[in-house]
Design a protein around this ligand. Structure first.
Ligand SMILES: *[C@@H]1O[C@H](CO)[C@@H](O)[C@H](O)[C@H]1NC(C)=O
Ligand SMILES: *[C@@H]1O[C@H](CO)[C@@H](O)[C@H](O)[C@H]1NC(C)=O
Ligand SMILES: *[C@@H]1O[C@H](CO)[C@@H](O)[C@H](O)[C@H]1NC(C)=O
Ligand SMILES: *[C@@H]1O[C@H](CO)[C@@H](O)[C@H](O)[C@H]1NC(C)=O
Ligand SMILES: *[C@@H]1O[C@H](CO)[C@@H](O)[C@H](O)[C@H]1NC(C)=O
Ligand SMILES: [Zn+2]
Length: 944
């Protein structure tokens, strides 16, 4: 999927990341920037329907195993579905369907297992299916059929055996609920011109196709699909392939739309939509009103260039005859790469030039690029099983920046990977509770285990590690190997070592490129062991060494690694502004003579941040880097400036360097005008805000930051013609300036909001500044401002605008308003289900809202768990958000208590997040013991 869990994932993340900085503005910021990488995260869906999965019993029956046996392989399906968009006599929305699958018997068997979940199957002569042989073969009679609910199979036992090499046809008829549960075939409701509209849509990844029709629901079980949809006249039906016939059924107000056969594809990429949406060409579909308002134009503008880019990059033409993209009002992940019919949240596809910010545009271009990248990598060639999901998602998360950069060459999109992938991955991969990118096939079985794979490690670490690979191979060798791999495995599936093999071949065919080891050997160390190294360079001796980087220095790593937590590290570097030849660190430590430098030179390693590791230096080199930053920071590439900040703060958190050294890396920001270093600094300072905003350090820290940001605020105030032309870094300037109390800032934002309240139809606030302005005004105001914001939220017709308001409403400092807002998240009429957990996350990032949100989640854990189910990706984000600020022994004991109290209900896909929260809180408590005083002293002396 799109990095959407990431929405839940990402938006929430964003909210959290920036949470603490003077609560107020930061929340707003996060919305803008947060490309919901949590996109990654956001993607994830809830599994309302899934029961709690007990650990498999020790039974050895095939139907107790989560993986299908290798006895049968599907060839094609004929599926006809008829969703009813009005309630039936029992007050329920349903769909009916008929489905047949032709499969070949590979090994003699008297058992058919096919996935089916929550479908009521028609009974024929006592059995739930009919079986016939094809081409003159006689099928054995059915002995008995039943449902194995835990593994979600329809089990069919036969009187005799199926014959290898022969084809059979399995036929079923069924009824399913068209629920509003955001998974499988489901319904979404929205209002248009005062009228309630209902549409039927799908989300199959990872294990929900079985909820729409019985199928062999594993990614490696590719087949051709002949799909037919029956729907009311006046609505349009869409699916993966082109419609070939519309048949009006006499005497009934319905139409039958028949689609051409798909290519051979995986079940999780199937999609159906029945709606009255309209479209603009290359076919961007959305609500009528959104299309009328031209909100699809931007997506239309960039789709063609991005497709062109990927055709060139993969050296393979677009595999299908059509491309539809559709914006859906209720969608759990950020986006989903259904082959030929890509689905998006509205905020990821629709752009309204009058109300949307630049950040919204950036999000659209990266998400569209991500999903279109999957049309080849993921859809044409699919990973055989979910344990290799990282390859699929990491790859798309890496190349999305290449496609986006091609469509918007002036935005420096490629530089942003370091904020949204590398640094986010470092944050979780430096904990002992992290896990290797690639898991063993047999470790990933149940739907909730599959769901848990959609995480920051798979998306962001995957992207960072593949980027490193592409950089040390060179992009042309990487692309050549990739293109041969795609040709070899087209319409089939593969495992990660297949890709290594084709990249190695490309290396072998290219004279002049030399690797110290094979692609396999190098990459195994990055994907089969968790974590990453900190490389330490001693410029006095030229000694270079590596060590597994852990945020908690005394933490015990339980997970064993066959490589002893050592890596083969490609090091690009520069010496006093001059680029040097790449080095490989292949041992624990080695002398690299060229890195021994004289007293007036400095070394900067991980140039352009092409590698997935942190860097530390001897003190002398740190001092020389700091003075270079203060005298002329432009000599150091912009992404490295951001990385120096991020490395220094994290080394200090791990007690490897002194915290005052890290704080000193922020002094040069007085001269910094670029977005990426400021954003990196804010994320790290944010960590301090949440540690200290309840202590006396806070005042001194505010005063220091105010001093640092004032020049930026004044500079942008001038060049932006009084904040009328706005770019990303301007938003940081404004929001940080307001939150630290720079003169003029709060007055400015408050007056803008007042004007809007006086004349609601006319909102003159610049779209790029709306998040910040709304948040500040609501934080400074009371019930009147809040209620106005709520009214505007309910009336918002542009999704991006609604998100800004929804997050700004969490900025209020009035406890009863926050509590009422929390209650709203349990009422889908007020806050859509897809938005409930991210709204709680926004509230938790507010210093006053945090304890309220924590109490609320604890009190209602059962409710959320039942609502979203164990498979849901959503829990990890929710747990992370509400515990983000925890740093006291009391809070730690509350966390442990929570873990104990709910052991019975469980935490589903949030199990890991809870473990991480405990680990992070423990580390913070320890760190504070030795560092609070020096931090206070440093801020006091610098703000004086
Ligand atoms: C499945 O549908 C295709 C296309 O409509 C048709 O040619 C084929 O005969 C159908 N197969 C069966 C077994 O009904
Ligand atoms: C399926 O059958 C169960 C049990 O009879 C019933 O409660 C449920 O409503 C049925 N579902 C549909 C979609 O008809
Ligand atoms: C789409 O492209 C057209 C033609 O280049 C341009 O005029 C228009 O402003 C673009 N629309 C958006 C929303 O970027
Ligand atoms: C860090 O540096 C400060 C100021 O130079 C010093 O007072 C403090 O003792 C140092 N802390 C450690 C842990 O070395
Ligand atoms: C900005 O606003 C100030 C004060 O209102 C005014 O004096 C100045 O001319 C304005 N500058 C521009 C470029 O509009
Ligand atoms: Zn994806």
């Amino acid at each position: 999927m799109g990095k959407g869990y990431y929405i839940s994932k990402h938006l929430a993340t964003a909210a959290m990341v920036l949470a603490a900085i003077a609560l107020v503005t930061i929340i707003a910021l996060s919305v803008v920037y947060n490309r919901e990488k949590s996109k990654n995260a956001a993607k994830f869906s809830k599994a309302t329907t899934l029961p709690v999965f007990p650990t498999p019993k020790t039974s050895n029956e095939p139907w107790d195993k989560y993986r299908l046996p290798d006895t049968l392989s599907p060839q094609y399906y004929n599926v006809t579905l008829w969703p009813r968009l009005v309630k039936n006599a029992n007050g329920m929305y349903i769909f009916t369907g008929i489905s047949g699958v032709m499969f070949t018997c590979e090994k003699k068997t008297d058992l058919i297992l096919i996935h089916s979940n929550k479908l009521n199957l028609t009974v024929f002569k006592g059995h739930h299916a009919k079986l016939t042989g094809l081409s003159g073969v006689t099928a054995p009679a059915i002995k008995t059929t039943w449902f194995q609910s835990e593994t979600q199979y329809l089990v069919i036992q036969l009187e005799g055996k199926l014959k290898p090499g022969k084809d059979y046809w399995l036929y079923t008829e069924f009824t399913g609920e068209l629920a509003d549960d955001l998974e499988g075939f489901y319904r979404s409701e929205y209002m248009e011109n005062g009228e309630k509209k209902i549409i039927a849509i799908t989300q199959m990844q990872a294990t929900y196709a079985r909820k729409a029709f019985p199928c062999f629901d594993e990614p490696g079980m590719k087949a051709v699909f002949h799909i037919t949809l029956i729907h009311d006249r006046g609505t349009t039906a869409l699916s993966n392939s082109q419609e070939i016939k519309n048949v009006i059924i006499d005497g009934m107000a319905i139409t039958r739309t028949i689609f051409g056969p798909t290519k051979r594809m995986s079940t999780y990429l199937i999609a159906f939509v029945v709606s009255d949406f309209t479209y603009i060409d290359v076919r961007i579909w959305a609500r009528k009103k959104a299309i009328e308002d031209r909100q699809g134009d931007y997506a239309l503008n960039i789709t063609q260039p991005i497709l062109e880019f990927f055709e060139k990059y993969y050296n393979t033409s677009y595999p299908l005859s059509k491309s539809d993209q559709i914006a859906l009002p209720d969608f759990n992940s950020g986006a989903m790469e259904n082959w030929g019919l890509v689905a998006y949240r509205e905020t990821a596809l629709l752009y309204d030039p009058r109300t949307s910010a630049n950040g919204n545009k950036q999000r659209i271009v990266t998400v569209v690029s991500h999903e279109l990248a999957h049309m080849w990598f993921g859809n044409l060639v699919t990973v055989k099983w979910w344990n290799d999901l990282w390859l699929n998602e990491g790859f798309a998360s890496y190349v999305e920046y290449l496609g986006a950069d091609y469509a918007e060459p002036t935005w420096n999109m490629k530089d942003q990977t370091i904020l949204y992938d590398l640094q986010s991955a470092f944050a979780v991969d430096s904990l002992t509770s992290s896990h290797p990118l690639s898991r063993k096939e047999e470790e990933v079985n149940t739907p909730s285990e599959i769901s848990e794979m959609f995480n920051t490690i798979s998306y962001s670490k995957g992207a960072a590690v593949l980027k490193m690979l592409s950089e040390f191979l060179t992009e042309s060798v990487f692309a050549k190997g990739l293109s041969n791999y795609l040709k070899q495995f087209a319409f089939g599936s593969s495992v990660h070592s297949d890709l290594w093999e084709y990249l190695q071949k490309a290396v072998d065919q290219t004279p002049g490129i030399k690797l110290p080891y094979s692609v396999h050997e190098i990459m195994n160390r990055w994907i089969l062991q968790m974590g990453f190294p900190v490389v330490t360079i001693d410029t006095r001796t030229g000694n270079v060494s590596q060590k597994h980087f852990l945020l908690e220095p005394e933490a015990v790593v339980d997970r064993k690694s066959e490589f002893n937590y050592e890596w083969f590290v490609p090091i690009k570097w520069m010496k006093k502004g001059q680029v040097q030849d790449q080095l490989w660190l292949l041992q624990k430590s080695a002398i690299h003579k060229p890195m021994k430098v004289s007293k007036n030179e400095w070394v900067l390693a991980n140039l352009h941040v092409s590698g997935y590791f942190r860097v530390n230096y001897d003190l002398g080199n740190w001092e020389r880097l700091l003075s270079q930053l203060e005298s002329n920071h432009q000599v150091i590439p912009v992404v490295n400036r951001a990385q120096i900040l991020d490395d220094a703060f994290n080394l200090a958190r791990a007690s490897i360097i002194n915290i005052t050294l890290a704080l000193r890396t922020t002094k040069y920001l007085l001269h910094e005008r670029e977005y990426i270093p400021w954003e990196a600094a804010l994320r790290n300072l944010n960590y301090f805000f949440q540690l200290f905003d309840r202590s006396e350090v806070y005042g001194a820290m505010q005063a220091y930051l105010k001093k640092q940001v004032k020049p930026l605020f004044e500079y942008f105030g001038t060049i932006s013609s009084n904040w009328t032309t706005i770019f990303m870094s301007h938003i940081i300037a404004l929001s940080l300036a307001c939150s630290t109390g720079v003169e003029g800032c709060r007055e400015l934002t408050r007056s803008w909001f007042k004007k809007w309240m006086q004349n609601p139809p006319n909102n003159a606030i610049h779209p790029n500044l709306r998040s910040t302005v709304y948040c500040n005004a609501i934080a400074a105001g009371g019930a009147e401002e809040w209620n106005f914001g709520w009214q505007m939220f309910q009336k918002a017709t542009v999704a991006a605008e609604a998100v800004k308001l929804r997050s700004a409403l969490a900025c209020t400092k009035v406890p009863w308003l926050l509590n009422r807002y929390l209650e709203y998240t349990m009422n889908p009429e007020k806050i859509r289900k897809q938005d409930a957990t991210s709204t709680i996350g926004y509230i938790a990032s507010n210093i006053i809202g945090q304890p309220l949100a924590w109490d609320f989640v604890r009190a209602n854990w059962d409710y959320f768990f039942k609502l979203y189910g164990t498979g849901s990706f959503i829990f990890s984000g929710l747990i992370r958000d509400v515990t983000y600020r925890f740093c006291t022994p009391f809070e730690l004991s509350q966390l442990k208590r929570f873990q104990k109290d709910n052991a019975e209900t469980g935490f589903g896909s949030g199990t890991q997040a809870l473990q991480q929260a405990i680990e992070k809180t423990t580390a913070k408590i320890k760190w504070l013991e030795g560092n609070k005083e020096p931090v206070l002293q440093w801020f006091l002396s610098e703000s004086a």
